[in-house]
Design a protein around this ligand. Structure first.
Ligand SMILES: Nc1ncnc2c1ncn2[C@@H]1O[C@H](COP(=O)(O)OP(=O)(O)OP(=O)(O)O)[C@@H](O)[C@H]1O
Ligand SMILES: [Mg+2]
Length: 293
């Protein structure tokens, strides 16, 4: 068997006395979605920051195609084909779609810092690449701040694919989105996989993770519960691991209290849960179809 595209071996990261990661091992292959799950403060962002050159691990190894690598900066990771959309999105809301798409890699005439940006080419490309992801931008000079949250995530994904990323890392891309928009982003994650990228998708929403993931790594307080193929683990088992059974039992009885207080109002929690389930099922089907075709 060949080596996975990216492998993390026993990664430890400390910040002074804080142990953010305590020996985490996982891997992801091309055409695969690895979902990194865990509660707030579990170490998810820290893990992907070591993978994208923001932090150098205190100890442990990163391997690409079986070869150990050391990323001293985000640029090193980018050069190795790792594109990261961080939790706090690096998009300039007051800039146009095109300028955001090419930010830092503007196509220029004549080369060098004094070249002019090839605006026609840049506009045409940004529009085309967004179209490939299923979003039609009428005017590529449109300010990004006027796009929806989901569209902005898609812009970041399209940019990563265009610039030849092999690995796409998305830190909580669906966290701030409504059910429908989260669905759009999840669809593009499946699409990136269908194009052969390795995707690392971070979330603490199991309902978002389960339909698109091929495997899961569950973190809790810097430790890994291990990595599981989807075929070996149910949604409920993932959820239990994330929360810890005791904490989950407490939560369940608390939720029942809320639900009781909520009766009489229109559907409340149950309606929201039903909507999440319907979304998850629809995505599951879509994801399977993408995989087949
Ligand atoms: N630069 C830093 N300095 C000190 N401590 C840090 C630093 N970055 C992260 N930590 C700590 O490491 C732990 C893990 O943080 P991290 O941001 O990786 O969690 P997370 O799983 O991404 O959480 P969330 O779901 O809230 O985004 C936390 O306790 C955090 O306070
Ligand atoms: Mg985080």
């Amino acid at each position: 068997m060949s080596a996975p595209l990216i492998e993390l071996r026993d990664i430890v990261k400390t910040f002074g006395s804080v142990i953010a990661l305590n020996g985490v091992t996982t891997s992801v292959d091309k055409g695969q979605v690895l979902c990194l799950l865990g509660d707030n403060g579990a170490g998810k962002s820290t893990l992907i920051k070591t993978l994208s050159g923001v932090h150098i691990p205190t100890s442990g190894q990163i391997l690409i195609d079986g070869q150990p690598v050391v990323f001293r900066s985000p640029r090193d990771a980018q050069k190795a084909g790792i594109a990261t959309v961080h939790q706090h999105l690096s998009i300039q809301p007051l800039m146009s779609v095109t300028r955001n798409f090419f930010m830092g890699s503007e196509p220029t005439t004549g080369g060098g810092p004094l070249g002019f940006i090839k605006m026609n080419f840049a506009n045409k490309t940004a529009k085309e690449e967004m179209h490939k992801m299923g979003i039609d931008i009428r005017d590529p000079n449109q300010i990004v701040g006027t796009m929806s949250g989901g569209e902005r995530q898609v812009l970041a994904i399209a940019r990563a694919i265009y610039f030849g990323a092999r690995v796409l890392i998305l830190d909580e891309p669906t966290a701030a989105l409504g059910v429908k928009q989260a669905g759009v982003v999840l669809k593009y994650i499946a699409q990136a996989r269908a194009r052969g990228l390795a995707v690392v998708f971070i979330t603490h929403n199991v309902h978002h993770a389960y339909p698109v993931a091929d495997k899961f790594t569950v973190l809790k307080r810097g430790q890994s519960y291990g990595t599981f193929m989807k075929s070996d683990i149910s949604r409920e088992e993932v959820l239990k691991m994330m929360a810890g059974q005791d904490e989950l039992d407490v939560l369940e009885s608390e939720l029942k209290e809320f639900a009781r207080a909520d009766t009489g109002k229109s559907g409340g929690l149950e309606a929201a849960a039903a909507a999440e389930r319907a979304l998850a099922e629809a995505l599951h089907k879509e994801s399977d179809q993408l995989k087949k075709g």
